[in-house]
Design a protein around this ligand. Structure first.
Ligand code: TXA
Ligand code: MG
Length: 338
């Protein structure tokens, strides 16, 4: 199959909407990462997403809508969800709610809940409106690769597997949406994102964070979200993340740097000059900038044949919790606190 990659225009949106209506798969930009979309209520269309990604069948998909009214027949919206939608939709917040019968089992991997999200990227909203369908969309990477934050990343992973990629530029946020479980008494963050636990508590009164957000699942521990048990965001290199006072982080990184391993340091922009001639690449000056850059950097490290990545992390507060959750997984939880 030839894969077209087109800038977003009236014509390309029309083509994408028609493909979706015909049960095909289309990649499109969102403010978090690029998504691989198909008609969420058409099981055969959703199967094509799993095939293109080589995604395990037990990992459920998020259903994207243009507005809350489109959720009728998809999930049961409770009072808490309504308030959170008013506050943060459109935006990078996915809510898990009890699903209705219209949603095929393949979309939710047989779970009784469904993840729903209204993205705020104008091109994503335009596409959702043009096709007038709820769209199931995981991140548009092949399973196990970093999520794509540009159309070029999608092309790398999906060339020959899907008919169309809409190019809407680089994703603003850069890490995937917050996944919030609203099926219990207290909202619980299963995957941190740009909508932070603090922001959720400000509306919902309370918010917890799943223990497995910053540590590996324990032997036999139930994964609250199936995505947590799959290997994720893994570069080919061995990666270690360092957190703590700048001076100590710099010293620790320098002591472990080994040019023979084609090593690369990923450092905060302000500290780039502190590593005396060693290979260092910027991870941005703030947690927000790191969120925006991280997946692109991981892809670049693989392309450069890097075998050792020494990366500077952030203290896990606000959006930095989302950044550290992704960095921890990329590093197989090899985090050094100095
Ligand atoms: O930002 C995003 O959320 C992007 C864009 C395209 O919207 N999508 C995305 O989808 O990241 P995906 O499939 O790559 O990640 C969805 C995560 C997975 O870890 C999955 O296990 C979890 O959400 N998830 C989805 N539905 C769930 C459910 N009903 N119960 C528990 N976890 C669920
Ligand atoms: Mg994904």
């Amino acid at each position: 199959m030839d894969t077209l990659c087109l800038p977003v225009t009236v014509d390309s949106l029309k083509m994408a909407a028609e493909l979706l209506q015909q049960g095909q798969v289309v990649a499109f930009p969102t403010e978090t990462v690029y998504g691989l979309g198909a008609h969420a209520l058409d099981g055969a269309a959703v199967q094509k997403i799993f095939d293109a990604k080589e995604r395990p069948a037990d990992n459920p998909l998020i259903v994207h809508v243009a507005e809350p009214a489109q959720l009728t027949g998809i999930c049961r919206v409770n009072e808490m969800a309504r308030k959170l939608m008013d506050a943060y939709w459109p935006g990078p917040l996915t809510m898990l709610l009890p699903k209705e019968d219209n949603v095929p089992d393949i979309t939710t991997a047989g779970l009784p809940s469904v993840g729903v999200r209204c993205p705020r990227h104008p091109d994503a909203l335009a596409l959702l409106r043009a096709c007038n369908l709820p769209i199931a969309a995981p991140s548009a990477n092949r399973s196990g690769r970093p999520s794509p934050t540009s159309a070029a990343h999608v092309y790398e992973d999906m060339q020959g597997r899907i008919p169309l990629i809409l190019d809407g530029g680089s994703s603003d946020v850069g890490v995937e949406s917050t996944v919030l479980d609203l099926t219990g008494e207290i909202p619980c963050v299963l995957r941190p994102g740009a909508i932070t636990p603090e922001m959720i508590a400000a509306i919902a009164g309370d918010c917890t964070v799943a223990g497995s957000v910053m540590r590996p699942l324990r032997e036999g521990e139930h994964a609250p979200s199936p995505g947590m048990k799959h290997r994720h965001y893994a570069p080919k290199a061995k990666m270690t993340v360092f957190v703590g006072e700048d001076e100590k982080v710099i010293a620790e990184i320098i002591s472990r740097y080994d040019a023979n391993e084609n090593a690369c340091i990923l450092a905060h922009t302000q500290l780039m000059g502190a590593f005396g001639g060693r290979r260092v690449i910027s991870l941005g000056a703030t947690p927000e900038e790191t969120a925006h850059l991280l997946f692109q950097r991981l892809r670049e490290m693989d392309e450069a044949g890097c075998q050792l990545i020494l990366a500077q992390g952030w203290e896990e507060k606000g959006v930095a919790l989302a950044v550290m959750n992704r960095m921890a997984r990329a590093a197989a939880f090899d985090i050094v606190r100095v």
